[in-house]
Design a protein around this ligand. Structure first.
Ligand SMILES: [Zn+2]
Length: 82
């Protein structure tokens, strides 16, 4: 049993790397956090991958605008299971 860095309770904690730091975090604290982090990562990807068809057509007659570069990868390590 390890003391959770987030709620301070002694529980079965997972060791997670968040923003380059390691935390002992219990499942109860980790789940909402993981979803938050996931949401952040996916939202940007969706914009790039799934272009709505209408936007595509509007751009055909227009000058093709360069897409913004890759979004900065911040939480790349978090989703990898240890
Ligand atoms: Zn906790």
């Amino acid at each position: 049993m390890i003391v959770c860095d987030f709620c301070g309770e002694t529980k079965d904690c997972l060791q997670k790397e968040i923003e380059g730091k390691e935390y002992d975090i219990c499942a109860e604290c980790w789940n909402p956090l993981a979803q938050k982090l996931k949401g952040k990562g996916r939202a940007k990807n969706r914009e790039t991958v799934f272009l709505p068809p209408r936007t595509f057509k509007e751009r055909e007659g227009d000058e093709p605008k360069p897409l913004p570069g890759e979004p900065p990868k911040i939480f790349g390590e978090v989703e990898r299971p240890h």
